[in-house]
Design a binder for this molecule. Structure first.
Ligand SMILES: Nc1ncnc2c1ncn2[C@@H]1O[C@H](COP(=O)(O)OP(=O)(O)OP(=O)(O)O)[C@@H](O)[C@H]1O
Length: 662
């Protein structure tokens, strides 16, 4: 095959490297391998060589060309099956170039997307950076290839629209996100196509990674295709307005669409609420892949003199083309493995640093027209594509730990735990309040019952005492009467009548005392139980509350009351003993009286009773009467009702003595 300019024949732009790479498909995807570093950010180990892929697209003849070039053959001939392009120099000579793909004038937009952009979009979805560029002379179809919205004919949708369709179809909007910026670069000024007022956006570079970004550009999150189309329309309108200002229909600016895709790829993502808790314990941050697709619609690549012929000054035309020239120089340097690549010569090359010689997967479509009148421009475009094919990138996956989303997740979990803790604390407080109230009610109920019982018991005791005294009085009177009637010679039957009721009385009092002791015991047990409940409550609350202190105080008061009652019981018991003893004495005395030589029991001797001994010699009645007169029945009764135990004991003793004397 006859080739002169580069072609297969050696020279600096010979496409041998393209031929060498023929076996690797244009659609091939880099392998995805990764490890996470111990230091935090996920580190990629998936660097894989990836040459810049270049496709040539031939625009069909337009109406004008169909007339003016009717008599001339097209300047190019495409052999897509051989992936070769013949550039005619004249009727008998041509140069042949080989490209990764050749897209004829009949190639559909769908086919162009699938061949040029789809593999790049797939890489972006896997976490790589990707670039799709269109380079060519004005009017050769760059914007049609990339930015056509397909509003009149849906099949005309260009690469930008189709890329976003594929991205939105592949991601999960719950966990992934897509952000878009749209800018244009005109005469070394970056303008925001989504907000024209923002017309001088600076470029910033990460000093560590060298990654460039445009923090001043508008960033819009995309969640559906329609909102994306609206953004493209807005950007297109602003770009058109800028061109109109320049009094030209052709694009004098480079339009750059940036699509950032952030995908969550698991690693610490909980699948259920249980796993969620586990994940919190592990604190595994989720891993995110950040792929960026950059679609660049370059300005027309025609030579300076042509730009000038369209009404611009030479300097202005030079400035317009400065960035394209710089891009060409960088690509030359990279293609020739030059140690210096002049990336910093223009903003365009700074922005495309990652696309040529960087870590992005890059696909270039060079657009050409068929007209032989533009052979020179077409040749220059083809040679640009040939050089670009020699540029090797080192594809690198962009994957990192998403600490931000981990922290968000932990915050949500923390909020949940705090709410749960508060709910439990409230339930616990309510329960403690309920138990305290119940205990309080119980204690007051027991107190009330206890004091009622106590009161009853007291009344009963008093009544019993009074009853006993009354009975003793009656018996004494009866006894006196009998003695008067029968002298002191009563038979054994009378003695029985006098003695038996007294022992019954004693037994009854004993029984009463037993009952009272039993009641005290029950009350004591109840109080003990309450004390236990209160101490349990106190310990479950982790400290005494004022309420518990109050209950405790009440219990102590209760214990004091009980002690007092206990003393009373002891006192009553001693009274009982005294009564029993007195009863025995009296019985003995009566027996002696009956036998005729009665003498007063020694144990009953007391200073107060010495005077009575005399009276006794005059008979029991006079002795009783004298004592009765001394003390008085009402006084004895009031002494028996006295609060003071000793007074009561004394009263009982008096009564017993009286009874004994009777
Ligand atoms: N493959 C194609 N099939 C049909 N029409 C096309 C094709 N390519 C381009 N056109 C048409 O050619 C005209 C010029 O195309 P376009 O504006 O895309 O060129 P351009 O390279 O972007 O120009 P500029 O550099 O001036 O912006 C448009 O009317 C477009 O519709």
């Amino acid at each position: 095959m006859a080739t002169k300019n580069g072609g297969f024949r050696g020279g600096s732009f010979k496409p041998s490297s393209a031929t060498n790479h023929k076996s690797s498909s244009f659609k091939s995807k880099p392998p995805v391998r990764r490890t996470a570093s111990l230091g935090g950010a996920a580190k990629d180990v998936s660097d894989a060589p990836g040459r810049v892929r270049v496709a040539v697209r031939l625009r069909p003849k337009n109406a004008e060309e169909s007339i003016t070039d009717a008599d001339y053959a097209d300047c190019v001939e495409l052999q897509p099956e051989l992936k070769r392009l013949k550039l005619r120099k004249n009727n008998w000579d041509s140069d042949t170039y080989e490209f990764d793909e050749l897209l004829t004038e009949f190639s559909s937009q769908k086919r162009v997307y699938e061949v040029v952009a789809k593999p790049v979009v797939e890489s972006v979805l896997d976490g790589y950076n990707g670039t799709v560029l269109a380079y060519g002379q004005t009017g050769t179809g760059k914007t049609f290839t990339l930015g056509e919205l397909g509003e009149e004919d849906i099949s005309d949708r260009g690469i930008m629209v189709r890329s976003m369709e594929d991205i939105l179809a592949d991601i999960c909007l719950d966990t992934d996100s897509v952000f878009v910026s749209y800018i244009q670069l005109y005469m070394e000024t970056i303008q925001d196509l989504l907000n024209p007022a923002n017309d001088n956006i600076p470029i910033t570079e990460d000093p560590r990674t060298g990654e460039v970004s445009l923090p001043g550009a508008t960033v819009v999150e995309i969640r559906d295709q329609n909102s994306f189309l609206d953004l493209l329309r807005l950007g297109e309108a602003h770009r058109f307005a800028a061109n109109t200002k320049l009094n030209t229909e052709s694009s004098r600016s480079h339009a750059i669409l940036m699509i950032q895709v952030k995908r969550s790829v698991g690693g610490g993502e909980p699948s259920s609420s249980e796993d969620e808790n586990q994940s919190v314990k592990n604190c595994d941050p989720p891993i995110v892949r950040k792929g960026k697709l950059v679609v660049v619609d370059l300005a027309g690549s025609e030579r300076v003199h042509k730009s000038g012929s369209e009404g611009h000054t030479l300097e202005e035309a030079k400035a317009i083309n400065l960035s394209l020239t710089a891009l060409g120089k960088c690509i030359n340097a990279l293609a020739e493995n030059s140690p210096h690549v002049p990336v910093r010569d223009s903003k365009l090359t700074r922005l495309l640093r990652d696309s040529f010689g960087g870590s992005a997967r890059t696909s270039l479509v060079v657009t050409i027209g068929p007209s032989p009148r533009h052979r020179g421009e077409t040749t220059s475009t083809i040679l640009f594509g040939q050089r670009a094919m020699k540029v090797e990138n080192m594809l690198r996956i962009k994957e990192e730990f998403d600490y931000k989303s981990l922290s968000k997740r932990l915050e949500v979990q923390l909020d949940k735990l705090i709410a749960e803790g508060e709910r439990r604390q409230k339930a616990f407080d309510d329960e403690v309040r309920k138990i305290s109230l119940e205990a309080e009610n119980h204690v007051s109920e027991v107190e009330r019952k206890f004091s009622n019982e106590l009161e009853k018991e007291r009344t009963k005791c008093q009544m019993d005492y009074l009853e006993s005294i009354k009975k003793l009085e009656e018996k004494w009177i009866m006894n006196q009467q009998n003695q008067q009637k029968n002298g002191f010679s009563n038979g054994p039957c009378d003695r029985e009548e006098r003695n038996v009721p007294l022992s019954e009385e004693v037994a009854e009092i004993k029984k009463l005392l037993q009952n009272e002791i039993q009641l005290r015991k029950t009350a004591e047990e109840e109080a003990k139980k309450l004390k236990n409940q209160l101490s349990q409550l106190t310990s479950s609350e982790g400290g005494g509350t004022a309420e518990f202190v109050r209950l405790h105080q009440m219990l102590e008061d209760e214990a004091y009351e009980k002690k007092k009652l206990q003393d009373e019981i002891t006192s009553l018991q001693s009274q009982l003993l005294q009564l029993t003893f007195e009863g025995d004495q009296m019985r003995k005395y009566i027996e002696r009286l009956e036998s005729g030589n009665g003498s007063r029991p020694q144990s009953l001797t007391s200073p107060s009773r010495h005077s009575q001994n005399k009276d006794r010699e005059n008979g029991p009645k006079s002795s009783f009467n004298s004592l009765f007169e001394q003390v008085g029945l009402q006084r004895i009764l009031s002494m028996l009702e006295s609060e003071d135990a000793n007074t009561r004991i004394h009263a009982v003793k008096i009564v017993a003595n009286l009874a004994a004397e009777g």
